[in-house]
Ligand binder design. Structure first.
Ligand SMILES: Nc1ncnc2c1ncn2[C@@H]1O[C@H](COP(=O)(O)OP(=O)(O)O)[C@@H](O)[C@H]1O
Ligand SMILES: [Mg+2]
Length: 266
């Protein structure tokens, strides 16, 4: 009798070890999946950003194109050129290329991985984010309003914060364009409430049709989109809630969707 009890015990022990091993293996698999998802989300963001770059550059490229047209015409017609006119055009060219180079710097900064949590001014981050995406919004006549009551300092990964803003704004843009909304707008507000710094992003795109609405934060949840990856909002929630101790919530208003990012004050 005792002998079989011991055998049972040993068998159980063996079984437990086997289970532990399997759990560890599953955990490892999950960690790898998370990593992959993170990379995928960066790629998706990269794709969206490239779309934005092309908008951002279209205008200055056209300006460059037309900058030397009068000069070319004069040369062709053998009309004498004065130095001042040439210098003026060269100066304009320098300004434009400087602007283009700045946009590229903004993009590069965005894709540099945040190494450590730092203090940053919320408004600076919002401004450089808007520099990146304003071209894409203008191209679709989407009005962007920013209402600031405070310019708080946040602590965290600032590029990740920008990534969240870009995800939310790009989603709003997609919906506004897709649903062909009249007088489309996106409104960003920043204020403090109790011990939190709140950023809200709202649009007049008609709102989120999914129930429950929180489903939009599920990984790979995408709806009504041709090229949706369903990673943007999932990643955004992770960034805000896991890395910045905050909360990312969504609700519908009478006109559209309203996202609220809430981060504790330092
Ligand atoms: N501002 C919005 N208005 C309406 N629906 C939205 C809005 N933002 C997000 N959604 C919905 O949430 C889904 C998930 O968004 P996201 O995670 O960024 O993935 P993706 O943009 O790749 O579809 C979108 O497919 C869309 O259906
Ligand atoms: Mg998206």
């Amino acid at each position: 009798m005792r002998q079989t009890q011991l055998e049972d015990f040993l068998q159980l022990e063996e079984h437990n070890k086997e289970l532990e091993k399997r759990i560890e293996q599953e955990l490892q698999k999950n960690r790898e999946k998370d990593k992959l998802l993170f990379q995928q989300s960066k790629m998706a963001a990269l794709g969206e950003m490239l779309g934005n770059i092309s908008h951002q550059w279209r205008q200055p490229l056209m300006e460059i194109n037309s900058l030397f047209l009068p000069i070319e015409a004069k040369l062709n017609l053998e009309i004498p050129l004065d130095n001042e006119e040439l210098l003026e055009s060269i100066k304009k060219l320098n300004d434009i290329t400087k602007y283009m180079s700045n946009t590229i710097d903004d993009f590069r900064d965005f894709f540099v991985k945040d190494k450590e949590k730092i203090e940053f001014k919320l408004l600076d981050q919002i401004n450089s984010t808007i520099n990146i995406i304003s071209g894409g919004l203008k191209a679709h006549d989407i009005k962007l309003d920013i209402i600031i009551q405070k310019n708080p300092t946040l602590v965290g990964f600032k590029n990740e914060y920008s990534q969240v803003l870009i995800n939310i704004i790009n989603n709003a843009k997609d919906i506004l364009v897709q649903r062909n909304v009249e007088n489309p707008y996106i409104k960003i507000s920043i204020y403090e409430k109790e011990k939190n710094i709140i950023t809200t992003i709202e649009d007049n795109g008609g709102g989120i049709k999914t129930t429950p609405i929180e489903k939009v934060f599920d990984p790979f949840f995408t709806y009504e989109k041709i090229n949706g990856s369903g990673i943007g909002l999932f990643m955004s929630k992770l960034i805000i809630e896991n890395n910045m101790n905050g909360k990312l919530q969504v609700e519908n208003t009478a006109k559209g969707a309203l996202f609220t990012i809430s981060i504790p004050k330092i």
